[in-house]
Design a protein around this ligand. Structure first.
Ligand code: SAH
Length: 344
């Protein structure tokens, strides 16, 4: 099988070219074409010799993904992509432009093993971890397809659980970070996890200054276990203890995500429990309106309930923001597009 360039760190790629008996500067030139000049075919790399292009064509590929579908939201210009891997897994990425930022949301697994009740990704089970080339390729393809905007942020909030594909996710982060590749600062990258405690600690030890987001969605064990089965393995007290330890060590604010769902977790009591749970540590809650998905009969929160919920948070001095739902007309929620494509 051919090596795929988007799966390599710059130093590894240099090592590979040395094996092909090429000078090191060739590696820099090729990476420049791919990551800076948006060229993804060797034949267009005009400063390379014909012989070298032949070697590259024979031995290497640039990408491990092909675009299957692209849907652009008429409401807010969000663009959703479905990509096919070489073994025909369907994965999703989203381009989210706002006035200030241009964010790419990416997947780390085909499917998901964690089965959160509100999420479309887990509905068809887990297929496999994505390779580094498949994770990085999403950013490259979405970036190239939106040349009018400079990519400012990456969020790892697409399909799958990034900390369950730990090594490939960490290596991809380094490629996003590298000035020879995307040059996106660690603080502009957010990783979202359903709460795998051991890996949260491992990640803290990596010393990568990325933003961390913890999917909470409930402030008591009974409800959280119903919404997110992982809570049975790592219940709230363990999760909160782990996250607290991490924030103290790294002196960083952690974000908790709270999908707010009508009549499930949107009462004033729920808000009070949330405030109590997060009392006394540097945390922010991102309140996310539930995006309806197939096969789940939950409803979005009402405006009144949302207001009452936030009032309680405010009264209790809980730091919160409300995430504006985007791409709802293009199946913007995690795993929705794949679910509908596979049905057909
Ligand atoms: N496994 C990781 C990352 C993928 S899900 C995790 O659990 O955090 C990341 C986020 O997708 C969730 O926290 C939530 O913000 C969003 N999400 C998933 N399903 C959603 C839905 N139906 N409505 C709104 N947001 C959803």
């Amino acid at each position: 099988m051919k090596n795929i360039i988007t799966g390599f760190l710059p130093d590894e790629f240099k090592g590979l070219l040395v094996k092909f008996k090429q000078p090191l500067y060739r590696a820099t030139q090729i990476l420049e074409w791919i990551y800076k000049k948006k060229v993804i075919s060797f034949s267009e790399m005009t400063n390379l010799s014909k012989d070298l292009k032949q070697i590259l064509d024979d031995k290497l590929e640039i990408l491990a993904l092909k675009q299957l579908l692209k849907l652009k939201s008429k409401k807010d210009n969000t663009v959703k992509y479905a990509f096919n891997t070489n073994d025909r897994q369907i994965i999703e990425s989203v381009f989210i432009p706002t006035q200030k930022r241009a964010t790419i949301c990416i997947s780390t697994q085909a499917g998901c093993a964690y089965g959160c009740i509100f999420c479309a990704s887990g509905k068809k089970g887990f297929k496999r971890n994505l390779t580094v080339a498949e994770i990085v390729g999403q950013v490259l393809l979405v970036k190239n397809d939106n040349p009018e905007r400079q990519i400012t942020n990456i969020v790892i909030m697409g399909m799958g659980e990034p900390l369950a594909n730990y090594a490939n996710t960490i290596k991809s982060l380094k490629i996003f970070n590298s000035p020879d590749c995307f040059g996106i600062g660690a603080r502009k990258i957010t990783l979202s996890t359903c709460g795998l405690c051991p890996q949260i600690i491992d990640l803290a030890k990596e010393g990568i200054q990325i933003e961390r987001s913890i999917s909470l969605h409930a402030a008591e064990d009974k409800l959280r276990s119903k919404l997110m089965p992982i809570n049975r393995k790592y219940p709230l007290n363990e999760l909160i203890k782990t996250v607290k330890k991490y924030t103290q060590e790294a002196n960083r604010i952690v974000t908790f995500e709270y999908i707010i769902i009508n009549a499930i977790n949107d009462s004033k009591e729920d808000a009070l429990k949330l405030s109590k749970l997060l009392k006394g540590f540097q945390a922010k809650v991102n309140i996310i309106p539930f995006n309806p998905v197939q096969a789940v009969d939950y409803l979005p929160v009402t405006k009144e309930a949302l207001e009452a919920f936030c009032e309680v948070l405010e009264k209790n001095k809980t730091n919160y923001t409300i995430r504006r739902s985007r791409g709802s007309d293009i199946q913007g929620a995690c795993g929705q597009l794949r679910a509908s494509l596979e049905k057909n």
